[in-house]
Design a protein around this ligand. Structure first.
Ligand SMILES: [Ca+2]
Ligand SMILES: [Ca+2]
Length: 461
């Protein structure tokens, strides 16, 4: 087993398994009693669907089988799925198995869980929270620990080694329930109820409130041309000449982009935008370098509050992330036609890495020119599991697009206030941008509504 950077989230390390004989990782001191209810869970990404990959198993002595094995394997009916098998005798080479109805896709992160329900006498497997179960009433156990990356067979010995990545491994001495996956939302009423996060919740990887940032008067003075992030990753947005971060906006301070130098003194011939950087030095001697925020080839979400100043002049992008030639997605305001009516509308676009074309989710309602003092909450979601691109305006979902998007990883910085096409900065934003969030994972309809309502409350309080 080795550790790999930036596979699941940018700035994180993930365990990588190659199928090698020496790779398994034991969890010592965790001699789970598998005759009682238990559950196991992890995020995982398979790199090879042609062989059997064991994610987790209980270890077993020579000549005995693992009491349980959670593994992905090619099915006789075609495809590849996650399966839990449990044996009824230590020397048995096969047992009772339940396989998920969700087909696996190579190189895609999914959440996999499995468990034994003693009360009901069932074994269960969940993929992204979707449950499949089968009857099983004769579990065995042993004094061994949990093993990551391989299972043990009474005859064949240790094998079926994992080819892929593992993150956020969890073991429970109880059965998982639906709310473990989805979490629990207290809602808007103040009745003492609290939000409880779920296992499947997206991870916030970037957040800019613009409470800590400066007007960029001189690009050579890096200490002023920036906005610090409010998330735990310690990144910043490096801003270009003329970009202002000042009072006003959705909740006190925001980023403002136009065609003037700071304080409206003179025309600015350069585009105004901000791009993510990470500190490659130390806290005392920082060395800031442009770096991405999102894995754009996995599920992600981006959100912002915006106040546009520029209408009827083409596309204006709020958030994107640079590839070498172009951005793989854009959350934008642009002219688009719905039911024969062409007008400026909110859009979330998914762009292939080369060639022309792409897919755009478009807001049904045009942007209201009369209400230009009003800030609007816009969210774009790429959901790799449901193969959906989704757009939300003020917490309300637009009709999603469903297809196999040709996603790709953009290795450049997150860009706030523009996009890139054919290597050229394009689709400049003019107006205000505030409270930019980036998440690894797909926000649900409910989570977007909660985000909108919670930030709306901040704005009015
Ligand atoms: Ca703000
Ligand atoms: Ca300006």
């Amino acid at each position: 087993m080795s550790w790999t950077d930036d596979v699941r989230i940018i700035g994180g390390r993930t365990a990588t398994f190659t199928g090698a004989t020496s790779q398994s990782a034991g969890v010592s001191g965790l001699a789970l009693d598998t005759t009682k209810s238990f559950s196991i869970a992890a995020w995982t990404r398979l790199t090879d669907l042609t062989t059997t990959s064991t994610l987790l198993a209980k270890d077993a002595a020579s000549g005995q089988s693992s009491p349980f094995r959670l593994r992905a394997r090619p099915l006789a009916s075609g495809g590849n799925a996650w399966c839990l098998s449990m044996v009824a005798a230590a020397t048995a080479t096969s047992g009772t198995e339940v396989c998920s109805t969700v087909a696996n896709t190579a190189n895609q992160w999914v959440h996999v869980a499995a468990g034994f329900d003693r009360a009901e006498g069932r074994i269960k497997v969940w993929v992204n929270g979707l449950e499949t179960s089968a009857a099983f009433t004769a579990p065995i156990t042993n004094g061994r620990g949990i093993v990551v990356g391989q299972g043990v067979d009474a005859v064949a010995g240790p094998g079926d080694r994992l080819r892929g990545n593992v993150a956020d491994l969890q073991v429970f001495d109880r059965l998982l329930v639906a709310e473990d996956f989805t979490g629990h939302t207290a809602g808007a009423t103040l009745d003492g109820d609290v939000d409880v996060p779920g296992i499947l919740d997206p991870i916030e990887v970037g957040w800019w409130t613009f409470s800590r940032g400066f007007n960029c008067r001189d690009e050579t003075n890096q200490a002023t041309c920036l906005a610090s992030a409010d998330d735990p990753f310690g990144r910043q947005l490096r801003t270009t000449l003329g970009t202002e971060i000042k009072t006003g906006g959705h909740d006190g301070r925001a980023m403002f982009l136009d065609d003037l130098l700071v304080d409206g003194e003179a025309p600015n011939s350069k585009p105004e935008y901000g791009q993510s950087q990470r500190n490659t030095g130390t806290a005392d001697v920082p060395a800031w370098a442009y770096a991405p925020v999102l894995r754009t080839d996995q599920s992600f979400s981006v959100s912002a509050w915006v106040n546009p100043d520029d209408f009827g002049t083409g596309a204006h992008t709020i958030v994107s992330q640079d590839g070498p030639d172009r951005t793989p997605f854009g959350l934008s305001l642009r002219p688009a036609t719905v039911a024969g009516v062409t007008a400026d509308r909110w859009t979330f676009s998914m762009v292939p890495s080369s060639g022309t074309g792409g897919d755009v989710v478009i807001s049904a309602e045009p942007v209201d020119y009369e209400d230009t003092a009003v800030w609007t909450h816009v969210v774009g979601v790429y959901d790799a599991v449901r193969k959906e691109a989704r757009l939300y305006v003020n917490g309300v979902p637009e009709k999603p697009l469903t297809k196999n998007f040709p996603v790709w990883q953009a290795s450049g910085p997150l860009t706030v206030g523009g996009a890139l096409f054919s290597g050229v900065r394009t689709d400049r934003w003019r107006g205000g941008i505030d409270d930019v969030h980036a998440y690894q994972g797909a926000l649900s309809d409910l989570q977007v509504r909660d985000l909108f309502q919670s930030e709306l409350r901040i704005a009015v309080s």
